[in-house]
Design a protein. Structure first.
Length: 65
């Protein structure tokens, strides 16, 4: 079940990656819903995505906590 939530989160983030404000909002939601080990995995995934889409870099501040 938890893995399904992580996969769903990645799908949503991919779909909203065209808009940095929406992406940031979804990142915040993900941090509230995911398990601690999934958050670490999400950080790695988002870092990879932001290399491809530098306009999303502003959202990294939420992942530094």
């Amino acid at each position: 079940m938890a893995r399904a939530m992580f996969d769903y989160t990645k799908t949503i983030l991919n779909k909203v990656s065209f808009d940095s404000n929406l992406f940031c909002r979804e990142v915040k939601k993900a941090l509230e819903r995911l398990l601690p080990h999934e958050i670490e995995e999400l950080k790695i995934w988002v870092m990879t995505l932001t290399r491809q889409n530098p306009e999303l870099n502003q959202c990294l501040i939420y992942l530094k906590t």
